[in-house]
Design a protein around this ligand. Structure first.
Ligand SMILES: [Zn+2]
Ligand SMILES: [Zn+2]
Length: 220
């Protein structure tokens, strides 16, 4: 423990503990990374990321740090500066209703009930018309036809409705899962973004591309 060297984060002023021989250090408060240089026994921190426009690292800052610093937790996370607003991470669209949500449950229940009625009516129609056949074959036949068709309609209708609802549901969720995956990739890249205040650009270190903050999404 005595080997730890206490440093101050050049960006946010938080305390950093470095070990001798470390070449990079990351501030756990603002997320900025620095390379550590030892000069005459003293440790000097330098921003890790180099801006592709000015090739310097003296005015770069991690985007996530800027956003965190300028977001007011009391206003429900609303950004307080225009820059932080432009650098806000991409948001994930809300997920579609779950399979067990009340709306879906109610619809499935209706279709199940219709199928139940259909099956019940089919059994009744077979039994009743069998009895009736013995007395009056024509009446028995007519009643079997009518009730039989109604019950078959109910059974087929509920089966088709149920499968249509399930299919629509699967499509919605597959779409949402794809957008969630894309969002994760974008968030992953957003976490790597740096901002250079000299050139007013954002960039991912090592990728050589820089764009103004309002075009940040091109890098994600
Ligand atoms: Zn910091
Ligand atoms: Zn620059």
């Amino acid at each position: 423990m005595s080997d730890l060297i206490q440093l101050t984060c050049p960006t946010c002023g938080a305390g950093l503990a470095a070990l001798p021989g470390m070449s990079t250090i990351k501030c756990s408060y603002c997320g900025n990374e620095f390379s550590v240089h030892q000069t005459a026994g003293e440790m000097v921190l330098e921003a890790f990321a180099r801006c592709p426009i000015c090739q310097r690292n003296d005015r770069v800052e991690k985007v996530s740090g800027i956003v965190a610093r300028n977001t007011n937790p009391l206003s429900g996370g609303l950004s307080t500066t225009a820059l932080a607003q432009a650098l806000t991470p991409p948001s994930l669209e809300p997920s579609p209703p779950a399979p067990d949500s009340p709306t879906y449950k109610a619809a499935f229940r209706t279709y199940r009930r219709a199928r139940g009625w259909g099956i019940g009516l089919l059994i009744f129609s077979l039994l009743f018309s069998c009895i009736l056949f013995a007395v009056n074959p024509l009446a028995g036949f007519l009643i079997m036809m009518i009730t039989g068709w109604i019950s078959i309609f109910l059974i087929v209708w509920s089966a088709r409705k149920t499968s249509k609802l399930k299919k629509g549901f699967d499509i919605l969720w597959a779409k949402w899962r794809a957008s969630e995956k894309a969002w994760r990739v974008a968030m992953n890249r957003w976490q790597k973004l740096y901002y250079c205040s000299r050139d007013d650009v954002v960039f991912i270190p090592g990728e050589g591309r820089a764009v103004p903050p309002n075009r940040m999404s091109e890098l994600l």
